[in-house]
Design a protein around this ligand. Structure first.
Ligand SMILES: NC(=O)C1=CN([C@@H]2O[C@H](COP(=O)(O)OP(=O)(O)OC[C@H]3O[C@@H](n4cnc5c(N)ncnc54)[C@H](OP(=O)(O)O)[C@@H]3O)[C@@H](O)[C@H]2O)C=CC1
Ligand SMILES: CCCCCC(=O)/C=C/[C@@H]1[C@@H](C/C=C\CCCC(=O)O)[C@@H](O)C[C@H]1O
Length: 340
């Protein structure tokens, strides 16, 4: 008989989570059926998103773990094999390696519970939960694909000492950027300096406004957001024209909520992040080099009656103010023109 332990959330979150919200329980595991395996956790990831993830399995919060096969009735999973398993806060689990992931949500969790460890060479297996796992990949793709840093750019990273932020900031350095990072303790500040961050500050002692006045008086080119809220509003305001922002996290809010994010459903940054929205500002003169090509294409569409137009023409130069007011009264259809 194998006894497993798992944590359950025994009380609802009401504001900041407390230890009393969790209870450790024991349960006897069933014997293995054909093709099943018994795995034992070696390392479990602890991630901010666990506080708000919409699914628990029998009240057990989500977690990815590095686990070792302890018993097996599946030739493909011999005893001793290491796997990544999204089985939650459990120390031992009996499962079929191909089972559907009970924590599955499209875009948020994979369909399968078990996945292979990446074949990357001789690294401690715990790294596959951090820098060589989801957090590291978040820093990598969030910075390179969404911030798109260029050599010489000024890049701001919030929660810069976090698993995600520390990767994003180091990659920004590798790309030749000037990197500003914030964190909440001197120990983290010292670590960031050792990583080569150009400027670091403790956001609990220095406001972002003050830090940017000193470190980036001309503004920033990229902002890698891990925190949301007023910090991110300030960072947004500091972005230069055509600056880029990655909405990666909103940790300033997770532990202030009841279990779900519903109470923040209209928050712009949260919606952009969770729905992975691409939002871009436009000032059309930025496309001036392409105007001739665009006008030729539209002229051809008009000739082919594929693109149509309307005009509302006010007669006489003296009608300018009346025409402008008309725009906001909105009764005229089509482009407003004054025939002088
Ligand atoms: N979009 C995605 O796919 C992913 C997004 N993320 C997000 O990245 C961010 C970092 O995650 P991860 O690296 O795993 O985190 P870590 O657990 O490594 O670090 C979290 C840090 O966040 C800071 N923090 C905690 N509470 C607050 C608060 N109320 N206000 C401001 N900062 C706070 C603390 O550092 P300090 O206060 O010292 O800065 C804490 O150490 C999170 O927002 C997370 O949701 C993570 C993984 C994937
Ligand atoms: C707003 C929740 C946290 C978002 C940032 C983050 O840490 C993402 C982590 C993902 C995670 C999905 C997490 C939560 C999505 C639930 C949001 C909701 O609408 O309820 C998972 O996909 C692994 C990390 O990439």
């Amino acid at each position: 008989m194998v006894v497993a332990r798992r944590w359950i959330q025994c009380k609802p979150f009401q504001g900041a989570a407390t230890l009393e919200c969790f209870q450790l329980i024991e349960e006897e595991l069933p014997g293995l059926k054909n093709d099943e395996i018994l795995i034992e956790a070696l390392y479990l990831s602890v991630d901010p998103y666990m506080r708000v993830y919409p699914i628990q399995v029998d009240k057990t919060p989500i977690a990815l773990q590095v686990a070792r096969v302890k018993e097996s009735k599946n030739a493909a999973y011999p005893v001793g094999k290491l796997v990544l398993a999204m089985v939650g806060w459990r120390d031992k689990t009996v499962l079929h390696p191909d089972q559907f992931n009970p924590y599955y949500v499209p875009r948020f969790a994979p369909e399968k519970t078990i996945s292979e460890l990446p074949d990357l060479g001789d690294f401690p297996s715990s790294l596959y939960l951090g820098i060589l796992g989801m957090p590291g990949l978040s820093g990598y793709f969030g910075l390179l694909r969404q911030c798109r840093p260029k050599k010489g750019d000024v890049v701001l990273i919030s929660s810069a000492a976090s698993a995600v932020g520390s990767v994003a900031g180091q990659i920004a350095k590798l790309k030749g950027c000037t990197v500003i990072g914030s964190a909440g303790s001197q120990k983290k500040i010292d670590w960031l300096k050792s990583l080569g961050f150009d400027y670091v500050f403790n956001y609990k002692e220095t406001t972002l406004d003050e830090a940017l006045q000193t470190f980036a008086p001309d503004g920033i080119d990229c902002y890698f957001d891990n925190v949301g809220g007023s910090y991110s509003q300030t960072a947004l305001n500091a972005l230069k024209p055509r600056g880029r922002m990655c909405c990666c996290g909103y940790i300033s809010a997770y532990d202030t909520l009841n279990h779900q994010l519903d109470s923040m459903k209209d928050d712009l940054l949260l919606k952009i992040m969770v729905n992975e929205l691409s939002v871009s500002g436009l000032m059309v003169l930025s496309f001036e080099d392409e105007f001739q090509e665009a006008l030729s294409e539209m002229a051809q569409w008009i000739k082919e009656n594929k693109l149509k137009y309307k005009e509302t023409i006010f007669e006489g130069f003296t009608k300018m103010p009346e025409a402008l007011l008309e725009i906001f009264q909105g009764t005229a259809v089509g482009k407003l023109i004054v025939k002088a």
